[in-house]
Design a protein around this ligand. Structure first.
Ligand SMILES: Nc1ncnc2c1ncn2[C@@H]1O[C@H](COP(=O)(O)OP(=O)(O)OP(=O)(O)O)[C@@H](O)[C@H]1O
Ligand SMILES: [Mg+2]
Length: 235
């Protein structure tokens, strides 16, 4: 579904990603893990069209999307849930969701779509007219995912869904992500820790210092020490 070929991304003259190649199949949940500053968010932002690669190409469902702007990437069916959630805190939940439904493939987004998404997130339905800034961190994460779903994506990119959340709240977020997988949504999930990989992932890629240090199907990993070595940079 998504192929990255020899991607390199700079911030000005400073390289953040160099020579990343990877493939992600339809219907799979793919983790990208790695330490602070490894280039994980840069990679997702580049796939989503918010950053332009200096080299390399990205193809999504057989079509080249590198060089497209974020709106066009979203309208192709690839949506980003950004790091730190980034909800519009003064707008209501309803207004935040409407911003999602006008950004995506089905322009205007029917109320049936909103109903379908809200059935996954009962708390958002309860708080529909409340300002998003008054939601808890876990609830804001749900809103951020719900907003991205309203663009009707086939591929969802999620940057650190557990950031700043208590473990029990993270469990709730992953329960929702499992439901989405059952609906055959393809996902690329960035996490700093590899703890969620074993139970939730089909593949795992370790990004370190801007390159792929390890990549494997989860089902074929018998011993996680190789992944850990790649993560911590031990050879
Ligand atoms: N806007 C920017 N301008 C300049 N350098 C940046 C910018 N954003 C990120 N960087 C640098 O690019 C590198 C990769 O950053 P990135 O945010 O992709 O890392 P990350 O893996 O997502 O880290 P974290 O786990 O802390 O979120 C880092 O060295 C970072 O300092
Ligand atoms: Mg990041």
């Amino acid at each position: 579904m998504l192929t990255l070929r020899n991607l390199a991304v700079n911030y000005g003259a400073v390289p953040a990603i160099h020579d990343v190649s990877a493939e992600f199949e339809a219907g799979t949940v793919n983790f990208i893990v790695g330490p602070n500053g490894a280039g994980k968010s840069t990679l997702l932002l580049t796939i989503a069209g918010a950053l332009r690669p200096r080299m390399g190409s990205i193809s999504f469902r057989g079509k080249t999307i590198s060089g497209m702007n974020p709106e066009d990437v979203a309208s192709q069916g690839c949506s980003l849930v950004p790091e730190g959630r980034q909800v519009f805190s003064r707008l209501t939940i309803n207004e935040n969701l409407r911003l999602g439904s006008i950004a995506g493939r089905r322009k205007g987004g029917s109320s049936a779509d909103t109903e379908e998404v809200l059935s996954l997130f009962p708390i958002l339905r309860e708080r529909y007219s409340q300002a998003a800034g008054t939601l808890s961190g876990g609830e804001q994460q749900q809103l951020s995912i719900a907003r991205a779903l309203l663009t009707r994506p086939e591929l969802l990119l999620i940057d650190e869904p557990s950031l700043g959340l208590a473990p029990l709240v993270v469990d709730g977020v992953y329960e929702i992500l499992r439901k989405l997988k059952n609906d055959s949504l393809t996902m690329i999930i960035v996490e700093q820790q590899a703890t969620r990989v074993r139970n939730n992932g089909d593949t795992v890629t370790v990004v370190r210092d801007g390159h792929v240090a390890f990549s494997s199907k989860v089902s074929t990993i018998s011993d996680y020490s190789e992944l850990e070595k790649a993560y911590f940079g031990f050879s």
